[in-house]
Design a protein around this ligand. Structure first.
Ligand code: PLP
Length: 558
């Protein structure tokens, strides 16, 4: 009987047992162990990639589609595991040199939380089908509400598909709050949304998907620290109103993905309220896009005066500067925590929070429209307001991480990321003065830097509009040469870059976005003592970039 179960002729062999027997358990554990040790064998702490050959050049994906078909007879899982491990060959991995973007490692608590969810595979749509997910979801909503100073007896939320899903539902709420008939009658076309030039493109997509159209998305200028220029917000809202439009939605980015700019939610809130009130309109829905930066709310209750975790002075100052901007999060009507970012859980574990859970009722389905589930005499938790029907219980992974890290664990991890950035900035200024830090007012986990050729081209002149379009483009091209050099050797040290740091005015009346390279500290394995080597490497690459630039100038191509 045992042999039969483990053979492919008894389909039960594909599944965990229903009686908890030891043989089936051990077999399952061995298979898991094969994957975990298989990954370990691929690791190389001095490379950004797992070992193994993988040539993705040429017609790689075309060949795959041509040759892939389902086997007639399945293979033993041990062999399948070998195939799975081959997928990981040459995969980017979060070693100390992984410095590219918000692409975190999944922590052990996060992975185990997922595993727990998979073991019962409940459907988070309804607590009758997924009680574990519902329980964890309500718990993490309570926990995170307290952290951001929402009234946890009134707030609500749910786990969803990314920071983008949160921005999208914020917009759905804004629409239904201002046009109650919209869910039946369709969306009126005089509704407008606002975000800064440095905001994530999620809102652009949401405007398209709700049918409002991206023409009704107004981009607000940013200040030099990449935060929203609230005076420009006021002016643009007033213009919209003058033309018969209604401002319904403002996304205040609290932690931009490139420069870690933080919009002042209090100023945005007050200004938006005032402008709409003067026009006899109710306040727009304010969504704080805290997908990335919201986790710095873990310092809301940190005792900065006594510094119990003994952070270095410069780190402490940086954290305090960030916290002083994050403390206004509670004013937002909704916000988001992308746990798959700084929450250290696997994809996709985003938490959407609303200040008033009652808002979600505006999006709920009529009981008549949900014939299979919910609104019964049994079950008390039915998420008919989510865009998803079936939902994974990703809340269990979030719950696991919150319990295991605790406030202090997150404080230590985030402080480490910040400390390494501070150290990078210090060593860079010392050893590579030609690389200018272009987000100097935004301490945090990201440092953007930009190199300049000789002459009057420098960051201050760019910001003040003293460079010509030709000069800004020339510096952008020089930085692009550096992107390409760094990109070619990203197996050694993996930097990020952006082609849209800030828009600067030029002497000849244009507005141009600046290119900058990016150091993004996201791996827990990057330590302060690695910074010297990282900067030395950068120095070599920058020297080469200048050489290539000079050659190009001689050849007359720049
Ligand atoms: C990552 C990010 C998003 C998008 O979130 P996804 O989880 O990728 O959908 C939106 N806004 C900000 C500020 C982000 O950092």
């Amino acid at each position: 009987m045992e042999m039969e179960r483990l053979s492919n002729t008894d389909v039960r062999g594909f599944f965990p047992s229903d009686d908890g027997n030891k043989q089936d358990r051990n077999r399952f554990l061995e298979l898991i162990s094969q994957i975990v040790s298989g990954v370990d064998q691929l690791k190389d702490a001095d490379s950004v990639y797992l070992k193994g050959e993988k040539d993705r050049s040429g017609n790689f994906y075309g060949e795959l589609i041509r040759t892939s078909e389902i086997p007639q007879i399945g293979s033993p899982q041990e062999q399948v595991n070998e195939e799975l491990l081959k997928l990981l060959h040459g995969h980017p991995y979060h070693t100390k040199y992984f410095l590219t973007n918000i692409l975190p490692m999944a922590s052990i608590p996060g992975i185990l939380g997922m595993l727990t969810a998979f073991m019962v595979n409940g459907n988070n749509l309804w607590d009758v089908y997924g009680p574990a997910g519902a329980e964890a979801e309500v718990k993490v909503i309570g926990m995170m509400s307290r952290l951001v100073d929402y009234d946890h007896t009134r707030s609500g939320g749910y786990t969803t598909w990314g920071g983008q899903g949160a921005i999208f539902t914020g917009l759905r709420l804004a629409i239904v709050k201002h046009a109650g008939m919209a869910s039946r009658a369709g969306v009126p076309h005089n509704l407008y949304a606002f975000c800064s030039e440095a905001a994530h493109y999620s809102l652009y997509k949401s405007m398209e998907a709700t049918g409002l159209g991206s023409n009704n998305l107004i981009k607000v200028k940013t200040l030099q620290d990449s935060s929203m220029d609230v005076a420009d917000l006021r002016q643009k809202m007033e213009n919209v109103i003058l033309r018969g439009g209604i401002p319904i939605y403002i996304v205040a980015t609290t932690g931009t993905t490139d420069a870690m700019g933080i919009d002042n939610v209090r100023d945005v809130y007050e200004e938006a309220e005032k402008v709409n009130r003067n026009a006899g309109l109710s306040r727009p829905h304010i969504h704080a896009d805290s997908a990335l930066g919201g986790f710095f709310a873990f310092f809301n209750a940190y005792d900065f005066a006594n510094n119990p975790l003994q952070f270095e002075q410069r780190t402490l100052q940086a954290l305090q500067a960030i916290q002083s901007k994050m403390k206004h999060l509670h004013l937002a009507d909704s916000l988001c925590f992308d746990f798959q970012k700084l929450g250290q859980t696997p994809y996709s574990t985003s938490l959407f929070l609303v200040k008033n859970a009652a808002d979600l009722k505006l999006l709920d389905l009529d009981p008549d429209e949900t014939p299979y589930v919910g609104h019964r005499g049994y079950g008390q938790y039915h998420t008919g307001y989510t865009l998803e029907c079936t939902r994974m219980a990703s809340s269990i992974s979030i719950y696991s991480a919150l319990l295991a890290f605790g406030v202090e664990g997150y404080q230590r991890l985030l402080a480490q990321f910040v400390e390494i950035n501070e150290e990078f900035r210090r060593v860079l200024a010392l050893e590579l003065p030609e690389a200018i830090i272009v987000n100097p007012d935004n301490p945090g986990i990201i440092t953007l830097f930009r190199i300049y050729d000789e002459g009057g081209m420098n960051y201050a002149n760019e910001l003040n509009g003293n460079c010509t379009t030709y000069e800004v483009n020339h510096t952008n091209r020089l930085n692009e040469i550096l992107f390409e050099l760094l990109g070619k050797q990203r197996d050694r040290i993996f930097f990020g870059d952006t082609k849209k740091h800030l828009y600067v005015p030029t002497r000849d009346g244009q507005k141009i976005a600046l290119y900058a390279s990016k150091l993004f500290v996201i791996s827990p394995h990057t330590q302060k003592e690695h910074i010297q080597e990282i900067v030395s490497y950068l120095k070599e690459q920058i020297t080469q970039a200048y050489e290539q630039n000079d050659l190009a100038k001689l050849g007359g191509t720049v």
